[in-house]
Design a protein around this ligand. Structure first.
Ligand code: ATP
Ligand code: MG
Length: 365
């Protein structure tokens, strides 16, 4: 049912795209081959207005980028000037097959075009006042997160198999639908499932657990199954569009790393994998930031056999992921069905632990 929704929106978007193509045609019209300076100015103004509206212009507007290079960049996943502005030099040299010096120049130009710069701390504070908190259903877990999972941020949960990462994901897809006074965000959820572990039956149990109508809850969760890391990247970009035009307040990627891990095997592929993950995370960050929604991602751990003290497990994805998630939670199983969540990295909260249970009703204290 939820799959259908995504397809529907895809169709709608296709329609929109063709509509804009048509409306742009008059600019290229060959009726008057020689245009007057006034006309040129008018067209330029029009284009500028368009750019202001959606904040994006074509790659060819960057000095030194011809149609062939622009196409290579597009094929490499850099379809907007913003995506070039936030890319690493190595990514651009590889995607566009240009020299390092040229890539550097292109990135600098893209940054200038995007007007990327500083914001006053005061205006940041105003933006942060909009931050919402999403309840996990467990009071102790919420307390650890100072009230719940924050919007405008990525929260990563990592842990071994069966530690409850997907349980938390499904639970959040339910609680996001609660009204604000019950700790929800009165919104819908988008679920990118890479491991085929999303279970509507389980979600229905959880919905009953928080007193919501299970059937209604299912209608407001939009599930997309990703089979490859490319699927996953595309879906996150698609998600950005969907979130903008709907009441989606939570985006889940469960799991963030499993497909990448399966596809990029061996040390030689590590750099490529990290670059791609980095780009994926940047899409998710923007999504959270620009739409004031919660992004929840899960991640497995890999064992570190050379470690003798402490916990011999490390989240996958290395430092790129470490610096990219705003909040990181390490989840582990404890006795009698209990789970321990440890907040390991947060920009504004103290590290700490919370103990909760996963029951038939979902997450509980
Ligand atoms: N209906 C239920 N009632 C109680 N506990 C449940 C129920 N369904 C699942 N669980 C608990 O959740 C566990 C599975 O957790 P989950 O799928 O979230 O793990 P995970 O961290 O996502 O693991 P993986 O890395 O394999 O994806 C089960 O082992 C069980 O303990
Ligand atoms: Mg899971």
């Amino acid at each position: 049912m939820a799959d259908e929704k995504i397809e529907e929106t895809e169709e709608e978007n296709k329609d929109e795209e063709s509509a804009t193509e048509e409306s742009e045609k008059p600019i290229d019209d060959e009726e008057s081959p020689v245009e007057t300076p006034d006309e040129v100015e008018e067209i330029e103004e029009e284009i500028e207005e368009e750019i202001d509206e959606d904040g994006e212009e074509s790659l060819e507007d960057l000095e030194g980028i011809g149609p062939a290079t622009a196409k290579k960049l597009m094929d490499g996943g850099y379809s907007t000037i913003k995506s070039v502005a936030t890319a690493a030099i190595g990514d651009i040299t590889e995607a566009a097959e240009i020299s390092e010096a040229k890539a550097k120049k292109v990135i600098t130009l893209a940054k200038e075009k995007c007007n990327m710069g500083f914001e006053s701390a005061e205006s940041l504070l105003v933006k942060r006042q909009d931050i919402g908190k999403l309840t996990t259903g467990s009071e102790t877990f919420d307390t650890l997160m100072a009230g719940g999972l924050e919007t405008q941020a990525i929260t990563e949960c990592y842990g071994e198999w069966g530690s409850g990462k997907s349980q938390v994901a499904m639970q959040l897809a339910v609680t996001v639908q609660l009204p604000l006074d019950k700790g929800g965000l009165d919104g819908e959820a988008l679920f990118i499932d890479t491991e085929n572990t999303f279970r509507p039956e389980r979600v229905m149990q959880m919905a009953e657990g928080v007193g919501l109508d299970p059937k209604e809850v299912l209608k407001k969760i939009h599930v997309a199954r990703a089979y490859t890391s490319d699927d996953q990247m595309l879906m996150s970009e698609k998600a950005a569009e969907m979130v903008r035009n709907s009441n989606i307040r939570l985006v889940i990627v469960d799991s963030l790393t499993s497909l990448f891990r399966a596809e990029y095997v061996g040390r030689g592929t590590l750099a490529a994998r990290q670059q791609k993950l980095n780009r994926h995370l940047s899409t998710l960050h923007k999504l959270a930031d620009l739409n004031n929604c919660v992004v929840y991602i899960t991640n497995q751990v890999m064992s570190k056999p050379d470690m003798f003290f402490g916990d011999p497990t490390k989240p996958i994805g290395g430092h790129i992921l470490g610096h990219s998630a705003t909040f990181r939670i390490y989840l582990r199983k404890s006795k009698a069905g209990k789970r321990i969540a440890r907040l390991v990295d947060s920009p504004n909260l103290p590290d700490g632990e919370a103990v909760f249970k996963v029951t038939e009703n979902g997450l509980e204290d």
